[in-house]
Design a protein around this ligand. Structure first.
Ligand code: C5P
Length: 242
């Protein structure tokens, strides 16, 4: 497949047109940002690691019957995906209180939740991606009631699959963010599933193995991403790019 002109450059990815009208080309960057772009940096090998980690999760979800945009890998840091029209709602599912939930409702970080919490955020950088509810999403015409219901259901289904899978790898799935879109009238999961978009804690030590290490200047950021890769694939990551 041929990569054509760039359609969009995000904080962690570039999206290109291809010579196939049904497909986009996604390139994962090493750039890292936090706090809506206020903190910027790079994480060595992040683009390659996230491409491989996301591929791993999308394949797992496809096997379990969760429709998603993944088509194929293209080299180390590029992925062919179905061309989606992305819904401007981010779906966060949480199992353990952390991050903005702990700040917002005062549950200390690390408190297990009695049941998974699903939240919707408005994908809008100039408003700092605010938390919204179903009514806000409907008034803003971000999604239909049926799509919101599907986002919630699929979010919980993905949570169940990932929780179980990661537990076998000694990883606590604390929370994660999903994005959805429409392809030929079909609702499906898009974007990425990586340590940029999930909180992963070691099951025994509680060590953070995700982007919080970058957000909070904890050091060993690349090592954490490599460790997630190793636990998922059973192989040590080697970069062919350098
Ligand atoms: O910051 P907060 O606690 O709301 O994040 C919840 C989860 O969603 C975390 O796993 C975080 O990595 C992810 N997230 C994301 N993109 C955002 C906001 C949050 O991937 N814009």
């Amino acid at each position: 497949m041929q990569r054509l002109e760039m359609l969009y450059e995000g904080k962690a990815k570039r999206v290109y047109k291809t010579d196939h009208p049904e497909c986009f080309w996604v390139e994962f960057k090493d750039d890292a940002t936090a706090f809506n772009g206020a903190k910027k940096g790079t994480i060595d090998n992040k683009g390659v690691l996230n491409t491989q980690i996301s591929t791993y999760f999308f394949k797992l979800l496809s096997e379990k019957g969760v429709p998603n945009h993944f088509v194929s890998l293209e080299g180390d840091r590029d992925m062919i995906v179905k061309a989606l029209k992305i819904l401007m709602v981010e779906v966060v599912v949480r199992n353990i209180s952390a991050g903005s939930l702990s700040k917002r409702i005062g549950l200390s970080e690390g408190t297990p939740l009695d049941f998974p919490i699903v939240e919707f955020y408005y994908k809008n950088d100039s408003l700092n991606d605010p938390l919204i509810n179903d009514d806000h999403a409907r008034v803003l015409k971000l999604a239909t009631p049926e799509q919101l219901q599907l986002m919630r259901q699929t979010g919980l289904q993905v949570n169940k699959i990932l929780l179980e899978h990661l537990s076998d790898k000694d990883i606590h799935l604390v929370d994660f963010k999903l994005e959805f879109g429409i392809h030929n009238g079909r609702f499906m999961l898009g974007d990425e599933i990586t340590p940029d978009t999930c909180r992963f804690w070691d099951k025994h030590t509680g060590e953070k193995l995700d982007k919080d290490r970058f957000r909070r200047d904890m050091g060993n950021v690349e090592e954490a991403y490599r460790e997630i890769y190793r636990r998922l694939t059973g192989t040590v990551f080697h970069s062919d790019e350098s």
